[in-house]
Design a protein around this ligand. Structure first.
Ligand code: ZN
Ligand code: ZN
Length: 293
């Protein structure tokens, strides 16, 4: 274990020990009861009453194992610490115990050929693909908990929001999985999941989480792009990203220079074009609006 990536600091609880503390049904029930409690902190007797365990000494033993890292004891009773909340959130996200596989109805057509789109869920990822031309419209992680209590339309809307959010964080250098440092690189790639020629790759140096994207996805929240759509009477935030050709296909990206990288994304809309110049870190350097020839 000397070259383990799961290094911990001097005062941290070793990860294996933390997992062993919560690897017990009674303790998970206690965390869940605290999570569901209408008011917190919860007095010992109230908490005990919510857990099906007659033996009060045994109940107390399990509760005390959680105190410190997962549960906080105060004068009024017991409360969840952030780590305890994380455990319940991880269980609710479904990653540990669900592995669904299914297809969805998806609105809209392929932005490249007008063909029909196919959206499916597999290995905790949603993939959108054109059945006619094969153009990939994205493949991104979506925890199974996101499928609960949503119609297909709502799932796809949630997926759209999630993809926007993931790219926003990643391009700002924050890993959406672990908050570690994310590096953005640009390179030519034929075998990436999006089958792009020019790929924007965000990679976390801490957990190796990786997001593969088009340069256009970086621009969904940019003020010049949003106001360009607004000027044409459209709300950019309400158009699913896979219905924006410049977010899907790299045909809209022109490489101006390679060392250092300078890219120009062309955004056509109703007889006008917005040109956005980006540097290698995907920061916007310049925007220019022209009437389409
Ligand atoms: Zn197509
Ligand atoms: Zn990370």
């Amino acid at each position: 274990m000397s070259d383990s990536q799961l290094q911990t600091c001097e005062e941290c609880v070793p990860p294996a020990e933390a997992f062993s503390v919560i690897g017990n049904e009674t303790r998970l029930s206690i965390l869940e009861a605290l999570w569901n409690a209408p008011e917190r902190p919860v007095p010992f007797s109230t908490l005990h009453a919510r857990i099906e365990m007659r033996d009060s000494a045994q109940f107390n033993y399990h509760l005390q194992q959680l105190v410190g890292q997962f549960v906080r004891r105060t004068e009024e009773g017991y409360d969840l610490r952030h780590a305890g909340e994380n455990v319940i959130q991880a269980v609710l996200s479904g990653s540990f115990n669900q592995n669904p596989d299914r297809e969805f109805d998806i609105e809209g057509e392929c932005v490249v050929c007008g063909g029909s789109l196919d959206a499916r869920y597999h290995d905790e990822h949603i993939t959108i693909l054109c059945l006619d031309c094969g153009q990939r419209h994205g493949e991104y992680a979506f925890p199974p908990g996101g499928l609960t209590d949503r119609t297909d339309r709502e799932i796809m809307a949630a997926f759209d929001q999630r993809v926007r959010h993931l790219h926003c964080l990643a391009a700002d250098g924050v890993c959406p999985a672990c908050n570690g440092k994310m590096e953005t690189t640009i390179h030519y790639e034929e075998e990436c999941c999006l089958k792009l020629d020019l790929q924007v790759d965000h990679r976390c140096s801490q957990c190796r989480h990786r997001l593969c994207s088009t340069a256009g996805l970086r621009l969904l929240e940019h003020s010049a792009v949003m106001s360009f759509y607004q000027y044409h009477g459209m709300d950019l935030g309400s158009i699913p990203y896979w219905q924006l050709p410049w977010c899907v296909s790299d045909e809209y990206v022109e490489v101006l220079t390679e060392e250092p990288w300078n890219l120009r994304v062309r955004i056509p809309l109703e007889g006008e074009e917005l040109f956005v110049t980006l540097d290698g870190a995907l920061d916007v350097e310049k925007t220019e609006r022209v009437s389409a020839a």
